[in-house]
Design a protein around this ligand. Structure first.
Ligand code: IPT
Length: 427
């Protein structure tokens, strides 16, 4: 059996486990205005009208670091088309704000702060919708039309600016995927290979070696068995055939495209902009650290990475620093000092004794996936009682034990040759 293998960069990405995605865009200044994907943004959300007095990019990145994030993705250009860097393509950018007298550059500040806090930087750029140019991804677009092709030139210019002027990016994020060049989309694949060949790419162009897929929901929960691989080699824009397995992936699938679980830091069903964007009076919708811990267990603990949203306020600061600090603390308390640690093994039946006087809350299993995902079935039991029978382990699987004592048995039941476990812990 030919098992799809990860690249070095994908393995690095998996080991990061926790990242943030930072949203700051003009629609927060007028949350009731519904035309943020239309050319009306030029007047209604004109940047010269707004002056954030507490805009402090270092505070954003510090908050991510306090939580324990290992990478951060900055939304450099979302659906209004507003650019967080002084692009040369148009004047709908930070250059038109009073902030730093129009001399500021949020992307540069972000990259500098990431360096300071040893966080790997990434950039999100919306190719699918852009209000400033009047393109919404939900409209039926004729990608070959002159109007769209003029927009494609802008996209290419802006991607070139972002990918050549700010150093090496760890991750590149394409919301909704990317229209392939043959179908009228930008030369993203070509530019990526030229300027950022090593970046892991969320819903990247077909053929890019370090792609990631979407987990299929923004609610902080991965499918129970979430596989490293998929047979859907194309993200949404590329594929005419949607893959119903998109989030879950496919065991022994053709492509090693692991799932990234992006979720906002406030209620994704009730908060403004699906929780990605800040709005006054929504403090009660900010998730508690306990909820974030559940998200972690249901994403990272199901072989996915958790990419937590950070909503920047109209003042320009990140008001929920305490939430991230609280979550980071909870993570350390829960998983920071395991009561049992077992090194790598390829035994298919492992008995684990919980030390006297201790209680096991979580079983944390990591597969050695350097040669691909090769375990497809396992069971966990305590005495005669089966706690779980499931498929995927992958980078990490967290099994809640609900306060067990005594002995636990882990059986590996379905494998391809060459499998092994990286380690096992009880926390
Ligand atoms: C959704 C896109 O369809 C998907 O491709 C991916 O980019 C995802 O966003 C990221 O969260 S659209 C969203 C409104 C569910």
């Amino acid at each position: 059996m030919n098992i799809a293998k990860p690249t070095e960069k994908q393995l690095q990405w998996y080991d990061c486990e926790l990242g943030v995605i930072i949203h700051y865009c003009m629609e927060i200044y007028n949350p009731d205005f519904k035309g943020h994907k239309t050319k009306e943004v030029r007047t209604e959300l004109s940047p010269d009208k707004f002056n954030p007095t507490k805009l402090d990019v270092e505070q954003w990145v510090r908050s991510a670091w306090e939580m324990g994030a290992k990478y951060a993705v900055l939304v450099a250009n979302h659906c209004t088309g507003f650019s967080l860097w002084p692009t040369k393509a148009n004047d709908y950018s930070v250059a038109s704000m009073a902030w730093k007298d129009g001399k500021g550059d949020i992307v540069q500040d972000f990259v500098d702060a990431c360096k300071k806090y040893d966080i790997k930087p990434g950039l999100y750029y919306s190719t699918g919708c852009n209000g400033y140019y009047g393109f919404s991804e939900t409209a039926q677009l004729d990608y070959m039309s002159d109007e769209y092709q003029a927009y494609v030139k802008v996209v290419e210019q802006q991607l070139t600016e972002l990918w050549t002027e700010y150093g090496e990016m760890f991750e590149v994020w394409f919301d909704g995927g990317i229209v392939p060049h043959e179908k009228g989309g930008p030369r993203a694949a070509e530019f990526l290979e030229k300027y950022q060949p090593n970046a892991v790419c969320f819903q990247g162009p077909k053929g890019h070696k370090n792609n990631l897929r979407w987990v299929g929901t923004e609610a902080g929960i991965a499918p129970i068995d979430c596989w490293c691989t998929t047979n859907a080699g194309e993200a949404k824009y590329n594929g005419t055939v949607p893959d119903e397995q998109k989030g879950k992936g496919t065991p022994r699938g053709k492509y090693f495209y692991p799932a990234e679980a992006d979720t906002p830091n406030r209620d994704c069903y009730k908060a403004f902009g699906s929780g990605w964007f800040w709005r006054a009076g929504e403090e009660h919708l900010v998730y508690s650290p306990e909820t974030l811990l559940d998200f972690y267990i249901q994403t990272v603990g199901r072989n996915s990475n958790l990419l937590l949203g950070m909503a920047i306020s109209t003042d320009g600061d990140f008001p929920d620093e305490d939430q991230l600090i609280g979550f980071g603390k909870l993570l350390k308390e829960t998983f920071g000092s395991p009561i049992v640690h077992i090194d790598g093994t390829a035994d298919s039946e492992i008995t684990i004794d919980i030390p006297e006087g201790k209680v096991g809350k979580y079983l944390v299993i990591r597969e050695d996936i350097r040669e691909g995902q090769r375990i497809f079935g396992f069971t966990v039991s305590a005495g005669d009682k089966e706690i779980l029978s499931a498929g995927s382990i992958g980078h990490k699987r967290i099994v809640p034990l609900e306060g067990l004592t005594g002995t636990i048995t882990l059986k590996i039941t379905d494998t391809e040759e060459g499998w092994s476990l990286r380690d096992i812990e009880i926390c």
